[in-house]
Design a binder for this molecule. Structure first.
Ligand code: SF4
Length: 469
């Protein structure tokens, strides 16, 4: 079995279980108001633009087919990508895990003689804890995405894949800027345009004076060696074009076979994520172009547990994810708890299936249960990932409490022995005589009925009905 993501580095494991973290989050009324407002707004916007596309179901099916094909021949496609990037003047590095990826990036930044890097929003670099690794090496990382900047200045953690500061409202953002943004106007108001202008002024100096940028990648085309980043603010385009050295850290699952495949994903992604018809900024680059853009390009291909996910025939669907965050926005659990409760940088339904697989289920054992299995995530997912089935699959792998394991073993034994089963059914009928239901099961099984009614046994069992005929 391939290795899972190592402990002690990166942000895939929470410090407490989901139920404990969720309970605290549920007590934060401001957080719940912010989340409800943001997810409701994005859902409505996204639903409206998806309704405009007559072949949306066919696009989803095409995306699933492309991703399934990609996973079936991932090693071959990655080698094709490496050859194409190298032929175009780039350098490819293979990182088995977060430790190796952080070391590679740190050494590249040092070799470029820089002590500061500007960053395009990237889930992969958050996953591996790159900012912390750079800071430990005396290199200052500057997030240039507005929401990531808010999170960084607030010494906070992202709580949504696409809108990392979704848990903050504008009054809170103003306070963060006044407290942590160098040179900010003390008369700053909480008008969105004023806050954006303050961030723009702060970042402009960084864009013009920083020689190394670090990005993630939304897609990498194996046949051409082209990398693609989609974003909404233009900060990504600045980072991808202005510096002398560009380092891209990309999860190995982001590769797609052909240029033509981009056509499918570039239609699906903006409508499912931000509710836009197309991305405001779609940047693509292929290796190095003399006299234009960064003159050194490094691509770090990150595994960090992905090969282990790929090895699981049910769970590997999680690698199809294009990080649109649609599943978060429709999830009744996420809407109430927010992203921090999931512990990992990947929150919501996709986090509940991806994080436990990257780390090994035992390290994130409560996450597969962070769902009501309502199926809204499956309906919303533009690449048709069957998240509920993966959740059930992972629940079977999670360590179970002794009482539950003993109960299930006893139930299995009973069902395997017809006479015992018939006796159990008679006993259940007799228990009805003991009085009205609704009191639940006695300990240690009482947890199961704490929020469920114990079903009434039917007046007649199937065996009795059959015997009568
Ligand atoms: S699982 Fe599907 S809906 Fe959720 S972020 Fe990934 S692509 Fe989007």
């Amino acid at each position: 079995m391939p290795a899972t993501a190592p402990t002690g580095v990166g942000h895939l494991r929470g410090e407490e279980s989901f139920p404990a973290a969720a309970r605290r989050a549920l007590g934060d009324a401001q957080l719940r108001r912010n989340l409800r407002h943001a997810t409701t707004t994005i859902r409505a916007k996204s639903g409206a633009v998806i309704a405009e596309v007559p072949d949306w179901p066919e696009l989803r099916a095409a995306a699933r087919a492309i991703k399934t094909d990609t996973m079936a021949r991932l090693p071959e496609l990655l080698e094709q990508l490496e050859a194409a990037v190298t032929a175009a003047g780039g350098t490819v590095h293979w990182a088995a895990d977060a430790v190796e990826a952080n070391r590679i990036v740190t050494e590249l930044v040092r070799a470029a003689g820089a002590d500061r890097v500007m960053k395009v929003k990237s889930m992969a670099t958050q996953e591996i804890g790159l900012n912390e690794a750079l800071e430990a090496a005396g290199i200052e990382p500057v997030e240039t995405d507005l929401a990531e900047l808010i999170v960084q200045l607030g010494d906070d953690r992202p709580s949504h894949i696409l809108v990392p500061a979704i848990h903050r409202n504008r009054a809170e953002i103003r306070e963060i800027f006044l407290r942590a943004m160098p040179g900010v106007d003390p008369a700053l108001t909480d008008e969105p345009a004023v806050l954006a202008a303050a961030a723009r002024r702060h970042l402009r100096e960084t864009f013009l004076s920083t020689r190394v940028a670090v990005s993630g990648a939304n897609f990498a085309v194996a046949e051409t060696g082209t990398l693609a980043v989609v974003e909404s603010e233009g900060n990504g385009r600045m980072c991808l074009t202005l510096p002398e050295t560009l380092i891209t850290v990309m999860g190995i699952e982001k590769v797609i076979p052909t240029w033509r495949d981009l056509e499918v994903f570039l239609q699906l992604l903006p409508r499912a994520s931000t509710g836009e018809r197309m991305n405001p900024y779609t940047s693509m680059w292929t290796g190095v172009t003399p006299g234009d853009g960064p003159q050194a390009f490094h691509l770090v291909l990150l595994d960090n547990g992905r090969s282990a996910v790929l090895a699981d025939e049910v769970g590997r669907q999680a690698l199809h994810c294009i990080r649109c965050s649609a599943c978060l926005n429709v999830c009744p659990v996420y809407e109430r708890t927010g992203g921090h409760a999931y512990g990992s940088v990947y929150p919501g339904p996709i986090g509940a299936v991806l994080s436990p697989q990257l780390t090994g289920v035992a390290d994130n054992a409560s996450l597969p249960y962070a769902s009501s299995l309502c199926g809204a995530c499956y309906d919303a997912c533009p690449v048709m990932i069957d998240i509920p089935s993966i959740l059930v699959h992972l629940r079977a792998q999670a360590p179970h409490p002794r009482a539950e394991a003993a109960t299930m073993a006893a139930a299995a034994y009973t069902m395997d022995h017809p006479a015992l089963y018939a006796a159990a059914q008679r006993a259940a009928r007799l228990s009805q005589l003991a009085g009205p239901r609704g009191r639940g099961l006695p300990p240690p099984l009482s947890g199961w009925t704490a929020s469920r009614d114990l079903p009434e046994p039917p007046p007649q069992t199937f065996r009795q009905w059959w015997a009568q005929r």
